[in-house]
Design a protein around this ligand. Structure first.
Ligand code: AMP
Ligand code: GLY
Length: 422
């Protein structure tokens, strides 16, 4: 196979994990990241001085630098139509078109597909009419209930509601104040599912797909799953409660059905189809949502856990060849180090000690950091700052040693959950 020049699009821990994985591939001779962050310089060339929000600038960069494979991390690039532009110019890119990415960017679109094609999900109503939403809520007797904003909201567009007053406030803020500042001013109101969540990521092209090992993401800010939703505060893989039978069910009844459903609607899916799933207390699996990209932080545990070569897997699926993916036997657990105050307001530019470890430790992924050249240290540059991983055959020692490693850093100006994996 021809040696690849790979371009990764995004700037967080997920892209750091993808870049590191690709940089280790014998098939890869160069990895670029746009826009990346300073922490990724240990495994990739971080491309600065580019108008990364302009798809044409990215296309020109790829042409000029003879990029042979582009992998999209961040959904922003999908929304902007980067894949459509690369496809049109016959440049190899792994990610869905803007239309296909609607499976994530419009929850109403996704729920209507689930209903039409009998894909298991929470009961719901979907509407872009405020009065319909309020009428439904006035009749509803069962709480909690879940209200979701239709458009993209970085994992923060979901409200778990316990009373009619609360529900009405949320509806008002979505319809009248457009709090998410996006074009999709509609809502999904759905049944609250109880059970255990997990993420299943499929690598898809047309009729071909393969699924990665399941991972468990911790969405809530505080220990014991309390507080607001975040982008993800910790993660582990594999997941003991997701049996082979459950995975087979998900493959047939959820992933395959969704790919076929989209096809039936005239949409060919290429890229990661990430199912956020609930194993309910009745032992049924239901789709909570689909994302049209790699998960963050799932990718930060899945990439080190993957024995196979990601570049080889993706190049093959782009030719509609399905490779078997092999996994290391160990447990991989990771914790997000966040800015104090995240997911609300937080300060940036807080110094992070241990520069050498931050550069050399292959199990540290930079989610939002910046190198302060003048003072020669890394500092925070986002809500989620670092993702620190450990691996071990024994899960308890994996977790204990992970927290020891974190304590050694002395992150007293940052926040992290203390119960990941426990
Ligand atoms: P989403 O953005 O749709 O993935 O939702 C974010 C998080 O909100 C999920 O990972 C769940 O923890 C929670 N959530 C969303 N929908 C439901 C639901 N119907 N029942 C229970 N929890 C939910
Ligand atoms: N881990 C949640 C997400 O990537 O949306």
């Amino acid at each position: 196979m021809e040696k690849q020049i790979v371009l990764i699009l995004g700037k967080g821990g997920r892209e750091h994990a993808l870049a590191r994985k690709c940089s280790k591939s014998p098939l890869c001779k160069q990895v670029y990241v746009i826009p990346g962050n300073d922490g990724m310089k240990n495994c990739a060339t971080v491309v600065k001085d580019i108008d990364y929000e302009n798809p044409l600038s990215i296309l020109n960069f790829a042409i000029q630098n003879k990029v042979t494979l582009t992998i999209v991390g961040d959904e922003m690039f999908l929304e902007k139509g980067v894949v459509d532009l690369f496809d049109k110019n016959q440049l190899k890119i792994f990610g869905p078109t803007k239309e296909a990415a609607k499976i994530e960017s419009s929850k109403i679109f996704a729920k209507n597909i689930f209903e039409k094609y009998n894909i298991p999900t929470a009961d719901f109503i979907a509407t872009d009419d405020k009065e319909v939403a309020l009428n439904f809520l006035n009749q509803n007797k069962k709480y909690p209930i879940v209200i979701k904003n239709d458009g993209l909201a970085s994992g923060k567009g979901v409200f778990i509601i316990n009373s009619l007053i609360e529900a009405k406030n949320v509806i008002n803020s979505i319809f009248d104040e457009n709090i998410f500042n996006n074009d999709n001013c509609g809502v999904v109101i759905e049944e609250f599912l109880e059970g255990k969540e997990f993420s299943l990521l499929a690598i898809v092209n047309n009729n071909s797909y393969l699924t990665l090992q399941p991972a468990k993401d911790y969405k809530k800010i505080f220990d014991n799953d309390l507080g607001s939703n975040t982008g993800g505060m910790g993660c582990y893989t594999p997941v003991d409660y997701v049996t082979k039978d459950i995975i087979n069910f998900c493959n047939k009844e959820i992933i395959e059905k969704t790919i076929k459903a989209l096809k039936n609607e005239g949409i060919n899916y290429k890229g990661v189809l990430y199912a956020g799933l609930m194993l309910t207390n009745n032992n049924e699996v239901k789709v909570i949502e689909f994302n049209s990209r790699f998960g963050d932080p799932e990718t930060e545990v899945l990439m080190p856990a993957m024995k196979s070569d990601l570049v080889e897997v993706i190049l093959n699926i782009l030719d509609e060849n399905i490779l078997e993916v092999n996994w290391h036997n160990e447990n991989f657990v990771g914790v997000t180090i966040a800015s104090e105050g995240y997911p609300g307001d937080y300060k940036t530019n807080i110094k992070i000690a241990n520069k050498n470890k931050l550069i050399n430790d292959e199990f540290i992924y930079h989610m939002g950091t910046k190198y302060n050249e003048k003072n020669d240290f890394f500092e925070s540059n986002g809500g989620r700052v670092l993702f620190i991983v450990n691996k071990d055959i024994n899960k308890s020692s994996c977790i204990n040693n992970l927290y020891k490693k974190i304590e050694d850093f002395n992150f007293n100006k940052f926040y992290y959950r203390k119960d990941i994996g426990k």
